[in-house]
Ligand binder design. Structure first.
Ligand code: HEC
Length: 169
């Protein structure tokens, strides 16, 4: 009699196996999605770095965006490592520029800008909405909230001139 009680109900066992399969399937999907999202953001960050390099941002802000401009004749840009702007505010500053300051507008024919968009200094190049998104992703991933410039960061920037990074630790 006792032994007959120990026999597991095949129906229950089947159900349990089903639950387990569902669990692993969901876990696998979640992992795939998050890995894909990280890879996708990494692509955006890389594209953002390219846009940063090609748009003259460093002329005024410095290569590492700490406000030490690269070009003497340029206005002195803000220290973006200490910026406290959220995503929308960053986009707005880049799209519209800051009227009355040296920060130019990077959107072609910038629309709906407070004060009409900053054009005191013309932007060296214009950026598409996608490129502005990418630059923001780059700033958020590698610049904003970062303290000291590290050697590792310098090497990621000057990939072809590692000796320029000798002074960083
Ligand atoms: C001609 C010089 C110049 C160039 C080029 C320039 N900036 Fe600026 N930027 C400034 C100045 C000056 C300020 C400070 C504006 C102010 O006083 O509000 C500023 C401010 C900003 C801010 C707001 C920072 C804050 O904390 O309020 C962001 C973001 C920014 N710049 C991003 C960029 C990006 C990205 C690029 C390149 C696509 C760029 N800038 C190119 C001069 C420049």
């Amino acid at each position: 009699m006792l032994s007959s009680l120990k026999v597991r109900s095949p129906v229950r066992q089947e159900r349990r196996r089903g639950t387990r399969t569902a669990f692993f399937t969901i876990a696998a999907i979640a992992l795939t999605c998050s890995t894909a999202a990280v890879a996708q953001n990494e692509d955006k960050v890389k594209a953002g770095l390219a846009a940063w390099r090609n748009s003259g941002c460093a002329d005024c802000h410095g290569a590492f965006a700490n406000g030490e401009k690269e070009r003497d004749e340029s206005p002195t840009g803000a220290d973006l490592r200490r910026a406290r702007l959220n995503t929308e505010e960053l986009k707005l500053a880049i799209r519209c520029g800051r009227p009355g300051t040296g920060m130019p507008s990077f959107e072609d024919g910038a629309r709906e800008c407070p004060g009409g968009g900053g054009e005191l200094y013309p932007a060296p190049t214009k950026l598409t909405a996608q490129e502005i998104d990418n630059v923001v992703a780059y700033l958020q991933a590698r610049i904003i909230g970062r303290g000291k410039i590290t050697k590792q960061e310098c090497l990621l920037y000057y990939t072809d001139k590692p000796d320029w990074c000798d002074d960083y630790n």
